[in-house]
Design a protein around this ligand. Structure first.
Ligand SMILES: Nc1ncnc2c1ncn2[C@@H]1O[C@H](COP(=O)(O)OP(=O)(O)O)[C@@H](O)[C@H]1O
Ligand SMILES: [Mg+2]
Length: 325
């Protein structure tokens, strides 16, 4: 045991690594999460979020490093009912209705919450008698959340809990989560939506290619990855002149086209207005988000990490849907 694991921290992830064959899924990840923190693991598909979460839950064994939950091993903490997990894969058992499922799970733990209370809190009371196979995407996720919650765990670990549900369902889910954890539970959730991490976490741990590339309050992380790019057609104005528009971080010209980079959407809105006022001839406007993957490339460009980027070209899913406008 080293110095870190002896401190009274909620969750200590210490130099964790895990490979699958030649894929280094998680590379030397260290994290300390205090009791009561709500932490988002943010990263594009393939960043290593699920692999990290599986090791935190004791579902898979690290190649290197350790995880300590409330001073003990993941397996012990889970057995004692201190940890509730909502995994990315798997579905509730069939042939049960919602209430029966939650009741069954409750029976596995030493100090479960009252089942009716859990149904009420998670917005599943009105579907309590419905079969678990007859639920919408949003309802399924609320039931899975109820399953994670019924043991009254101190730590909730949620792997992309809203991935399959629509925007409204997502908002409902997070509102329920926030009200449930207001009592001081620790939460770790994985997401590839910057907006979601920003709105519901106290802290964002940004992962890319198995590493933590940034860790801090949402405002700080947003400034790093929330950039916006404006494109337009505008001739006879130099990049230097465009740089004088307040909020333009970078200006480039390619033929008739100009590209202006801004730190966030509020700034790009202001820049766009100023651009129109100054140069009425400007046309063909396009504004788009930088995207997680692009932002990660920038963030990781100047460390030794970029040496492994060759493995990423084949992944078509690295499009950061959280940045769609
Ligand atoms: N069981 C597995 N076998 C082989 N490769 C895996 C396995 N699980 C994950 N990987 C690989 O590890 C990397 C990280 O995956 P994962 O942790 O699922 O990322 P995320 O949850 O951030 O999308 C990816 O390149 C993925 O393809
Ligand atoms: Mg995942």
């Amino acid at each position: 045991m080293n110095e870190t694991t002896r401190r009274p921290h909620g969750i200590v992830v210490d130099h964790l690594s895990k490979s699958f064959g030649s894929v280094a899924a998680v590379r030397d990840v260290s994290l300390t999460i205090e009791t009561g923190e709500i932490v988002a693991l943010l990263g594009p598909n393939g960043a290593g979020k699920t692999t990290t979460i599986d090791m935190i839950l004791g579902l898979s064994r690290p190649d290197k490093g350790t995880v300590t939950l409330f001073g003990t091993t993941p397996a012990n903490a889970v057995l004692a009912g201190h940890v509730g997990g909502m995994l990315q894969t798997g579905s509730p058992p069939q042939y049960l209705n919602v209430r029966e499922l939650i009741t069954m799970v409750a029976s596995l733990y030493p100090h479960p919450l009252d089942v009716d209370h859990v149904l009420e809190m998670t917005g599943t009371a009105e579907i309590a008698t419905r079969s678990t196979t007859k639920l919408s995407g949003g309802q399924t996720q609320r039931v899975r959340f109820a399953v994670a919650l019924v043991a009254d765990p101190d730590l909730l670990v949620l792997d992309e809990p809203t991935a399959a549900i629509d925007v409204e369902g997502r908002r409902d889910f997070w509102n329920i989560m926030r009200s449930v954890v207001a009592g001081g539970k620790t939460v770790i959730f994985a997401t590839h939506y910057l907006e979601e991490a920003d709105a519901y976490a106290d802290r964002i741990v940004l992962m890319a290619r198995g590493r933590v590339v940034a860790d801090g309050p949402p405002t700080e992380i947003k400034a790093k990855v929330g950039g916006r790019v404006i494109r337009a057609t505008l001739s006879e104005v130099s990049a230097e002149e465009l740089m004088t528009i307040e909020g333009v971080a970078k200006a480039e010209r390619q033929g008739e086209g100009i590209t202006l980079s801004c730190s966030d959407s509020a700034t790009s809105d202001r820049v766009l207005r100023e651009l129109l006022t100054r140069y009425p001839a400007a046309r063909d406007f396009e504004v788009h988000g930088v995207g997680l993957e692009e932002a990660f490339l920038v963030l990781t460009a100047d460390n030794e990490d970029s040496a492994v980027s060759g493995t990423d070209d084949a992944n078509p899913e690295l499009d950061g849907p959280g940045f769609e406008r």
